[in-house]
Design a protein around this ligand. Structure first.
Ligand code: SF4
Length: 310
């Protein structure tokens, strides 16, 4: 089948089955182009909660589809590439958190949304890269905090808020490649460009980066907003490379320079047009979260949305 034939069949099945396709900014361009909604992990989960479709085809990695299933328990959530994992989400288990809580009964666990349902079930409050500073600032000053699982995002939050936290030793294998030296070198090469940096990056908490006037730390969705609203014509993009597909589509007259051609998430690339079609045809692979875990995992997400625990 040609790509056009696959896309036509996907559109037809979507209508017949009342399905919606949600895709992450890091998926392949051709997958992004067939999505009904394109977003980052939180945006996609929120969309999953709003849609009145019966089937959600979630084009992303496993923990993201799980989050959608936690938020939308009455919908059938399908993941076209069930083996698509994440180095960050896999760096910690629910057992690890249970052990920490045993030793720190008054402590608060803050989990980045890039975690499994099992980890969320033992978390007090979730955060995303977009709301992390607000979430941490909302927490009582006299309580010990454990931030999981991204040590780079955690160190950036500590630096900006001045709040001390114990950090889990996990990282995103894609953003952990983005160093201060790469940023400084590219900024010399393109002195007029704004530099948009994801806070999961290795360099995010280095003073040399935080003091760079043209550097901005943003979630992927924040980068997209910045590029749209800026009068600048050149941007250095320090995140997963496929984000540039959306940036370029939104801003055809602007130039987007990847920080490095190797900032690629191989797991996200496991989602293809072929397996999206197969997912719709066979209604596979269904993302299952047990009701017990789902109910527990919903609490820290709800706490984040309401910034409770004050
Ligand atoms: S880019 Fe990093 S955090 Fe995102 S899915 Fe890939 S490995 Fe996980």
């Amino acid at each position: 089948m040609t790509n056009t034939e696959i896309i036509n069949r996907i559109q037809q099945l979507k209508k017949e089955k009342n399905a919606v396709i949600l895709a992450h900014y890091y998926t392949r361009p051709e997958v992004q182009d067939i999505a009904d909604y394109l977003g980052d992990s939180l945006g996609l989960s929120q969309e999953a909660g709003k849609t009145d479709a019966d089937i959600i085809v979630f084009c992303g990695v496993h923990f993201m589809a799980e989050t959608a299933a936690i938020i939308s328990p009455h919908k059938k959530v399908l993941i076209p590439a069930p083996s698509a994992g994440c180095s960050l989400a896999e760096s910690i288990t629910g057992y690890d958190l249970r052990e920490w809580k045993k030793n720190n009964p008054a402590g608060i666990v803050v989990s980045y949304v890039n975690t499994t349902a099992d980890v969320k079930a033992w978390t007090d409050i979730c955060c995303t890269s977009a709301n992390a500073l607000k979430v941490v600032e909302s927490l009582p000053k006299d309580r010990k905090l454990l931030f999981v699982p991204d040590k780079n995002l955690g160190a950036w939050i500590c630096k900006v808020t001045g709040r001390e936290m114990e950090l889990w030793n996990g990282d995103c294998c894609v953003h952990a490649r983005i160093t201060t030296e790469m940023i400084l070198e590219k900024s010399q090469q393109y002195p007029e460009a704004d530099i948009l940096i994801h806070p999961e990056s290795l360099c995010s908490h280095d003073d040399r980066i935080l003091n760079l006037p043209q550097a901005y730390l943003y979630s992927t969705a924040g980068m997209i907003k910045h590029a749209l609203n800026s009068s600048k014509k050149q941007f250095i993009i320090a995140t997963e490379i496929e984000t540039i597909h959306k940036l370029q589509k939104d801003n055809p007259d602007k130039e987007f320079i990847p920080i490095d051609s190797r900032t690629i998430c191989a797991q996200m690339k496991k989602v293809t047009l072929e397996n999206v079609l197969e997912a719709l045809e066979k209604e596979q692979y269904i993302v299952e979260v047990s009701e017990e875990i789902r109910q527990k995992a919903w609490i820290p997400i709800d706490n984040m949305l309401n910034i409770k625990l004050q």
